[in-house]
Design a protein around this ligand. Sequence first.
Ligand code: TRP
Length: 336
Amino acid sequence: MTDSKAENHPAKKKETILSGMQPTGSLHIGNLEGALKNWVKLQDEYWMFCCIVDWHALTAEYRDTKAMKETVFDVAVNFLAAGLDPDKCAIFIQSEVKEHAELHLLFSMLITVPTLTRLPTYQEKKDTLDSYGFLGYPVLQAADICLYNAHKVPVGKDQEKHIWLANDLAKRFNNIYRKVFNEPEALFTEVPTILGADNRKMSKSLDNHIALDFTEKQTEKRIKTFYTDPTKLRKGDPGHPEQCPIFLLHQVYTPKANDEIAPPCKTGELGCVDCKMRLAENLNEALRLLRDKRQKLIKNPDDVWDVLKVGADRARSRAQSMMEKVYRAMKTNYRG
Ligand code: TRP
């Protein structure tokens, strides 16, 4: 987006949002409902920076980097297909704006190692992942956020401590030198719970997911494997929709699910096989537009790479002016 274009809505966009997503394999409907749809709404109200955080992905995937280009591309395709509009928000790759690394380094001076080792995200993985880079993951995340002077960061609850840490680093910097950064805050929004085929949180690594790039047939096949109420063995048995991941999905994708799915499930009139078929139809219908857009984008990869370049240029210009302020505040702008 050119800034002049954005300035056509001066009354609306006041604050800045930075959102980040790791390029790790294909996205699924949990990502779509939990994050992307929300971002699409936010792009009209905020200055928005959508960052594909490939350096963060490297903390785990540092050996196997062959697939990175493809996964970065795929995330960009999904962003665009879901409705993120490059005229309204900067969509870019983290490593194409080197200032992320610069601010990460400066922030790393302002935080102690025990603060980082205490974080649950570190504790959970430290037995398999104990690199210096992984320890600094949340510091890099803080740099992502502060580099654009973001006010708000749309994230899930699992990221709460990381945003708190970004807020703390911004405060610390402001206190030690002088006020440069806004103190960013998490923006939690109500999102529907999306469970996977095994009734656990939907995730690609558990292979219980419905990917955005599944065909309609693959979607139907995956839905057939879904866990359902174990006390409802055959049509006629009364069901408990409130405990069923298929019903959760109906609530998202089937209009009037509470009236048209729950009652006949409870009485036994609606069997699980039919119920799943109806969901597959509705879900495929809901994803059709996005999937069509995906196909078009995949056929024109240069257009997607162009969007990422323009996005990085825009992001970089904001990032560079922030870094100038940072060095001035630190009095390390030696030639300025
Ligand atoms: N840690 C985030 C996650 O796993 C990804 C991320 C990196 C991020 N940098 C960010 C999210 C900045 C929001 C803002 O989901």
